[in-house]
Design a protein around this ligand. Structure first.
Ligand code: AHG
Ligand code: MN
Ligand code: MN
Length: 310
């Protein structure tokens, strides 16, 4: 028989945040985000996978689930009373709640949403900044980042600057400790190449891909950044890229909602990130929807790919 561990025998997300020394307000905010994620997890199982009829700021068609997930997160952020403003992939502008709350939250409420129809793993991504806004800052100024992956298991992975830790959603709806101190080795055995349509007019990216093929690295690419980077964090090695070509000159992914939080988590786990020149953590935020090329994962592979793309 598989018995649920008693509350005293497992570490909850709340207990872990306390032991990591997260300030109380940050701890409460992360717990409120985790409550939103439980609703999103339920919504994924029960909501129509069809289009909402709307488009987001990047001109992409929104699914009902994108809109619903955005509404759920917005609701919990408002309820927390801890959020001055937020920036969402699904909202054109920064949304302002209050000018005397401590944090700004940036998020992609549902990443990889087009894959839900195929029952692939998808996720939600969050970055947390102190203050009223994230414009003019860099992702290095995040005080915490987390993502939730909705796969065969629902996992939450966070860092508040003291390592990267994962939690599993149990049957009574609590996130309990799954693994502490995830690490990423310097060399990669797996590769995860995004925006491959860029190969047609980016010969350097083509040569990077051929190098991986020649070295017989193993391909692990699902089309959901959360799942693909979670693979790197779970396996402790790997390289993920999404770089530019003529269709998407800066690649497909956004600095604020996608690359920034992952750069924080991957660098906390001992990996590296780059936009081709500098760490993603040092790219200034000029526009909440700006895209950026991203090369992220095992440090030696990030350095080699960055060099090859120059
Ligand atoms: P979203 O569902 O939030 O629009 O994001 C999808 C993104 C990301 O998850 C993934 O890495 C990328 O799109 C896949 O792009 P390719 O077309 O380059 O594979
Ligand atoms: Mn996304
Ligand atoms: Mn999204």
């Amino acid at each position: 028989m598989f018995l649920l561990p008693l509350p005293s025998e497992r570490t909850s997300l709340n207990a872990h945040l306390r032991s990591a020394g997260a300030p109380d307000a940050l701890r409460h905010l992360i717990l409120d985000i985790s409550r939103a994620a439980k609703y999103i997890s339920y919504a994924i199982k029960t909501t129509e996978t069809g289009l909402s009829g709307g488009t987001n700021q990047s001109g992409e068609k929104q699914l009902q689930l994108d809109v619903l997930s955005d509404t759920i997160v917005s609701h919990y952020l408002a309820e927390s009373g801890l959020v001055a403003s937020y920036a969402s992939e699904e909202a054109e502008e920064l949304i302002i709640f209050s000018d005397n709350a401590p944090y700004t939250v940036v998020f992609d409420p549902l990443d990889g949403s087009s894959l839900v129809e195929a029952n692939f793993a998808i996720g939600s991504i969050f970055g947390i900044y102190e203050g009223l806004d994230c414009l003019g800052k860099t992702p290095r100024e995040q005080v915490a980042a987390l993502y939730v992956i909705y796969g065969p298991r629902t996992l939450l992975v966070y860092s508040c600057g003291k390592g990267v830790h994962s939690f599993i959603l149990n049957d009574v709806g609590e996130f309990i400790l799954y693994q502490e101190y995830h690490g990423i080795a310097d060399t990669a055995k797996n590769y995860s190449p995004g925006n491959l349509r860029a190969l047609a007019d980016n010969p350097a990216y083509d040569s990077v891909l051929h190098d991986w093929l020649k070295r017989e690295l193993t391909l692990r690419y699902s089309g959901c950044m959360v799942a693909d980077i979670h693979h790197i964090i779970a396996k402790g090695q790997g390289i993920f890229t999404n770089v530019g070509g003529s269709k998407y000159p800066q690649g497909k992914l956004r600095l604020v909602f996608e690359c920034g939080p992952f750069a924080y988590l991957v660098e906390q786990a001992g990996g590296a990130s780059s936009n081709g020149n500098v760490s993603i953590l040092d790219v200034p935020i000029e526009n909440i929807h700006q895209r950026t090329p991203v090369i992220i994962g095992s440090a030696h592979e990030v350095a080699a790919v960055t060099k090859a793309l120059r």
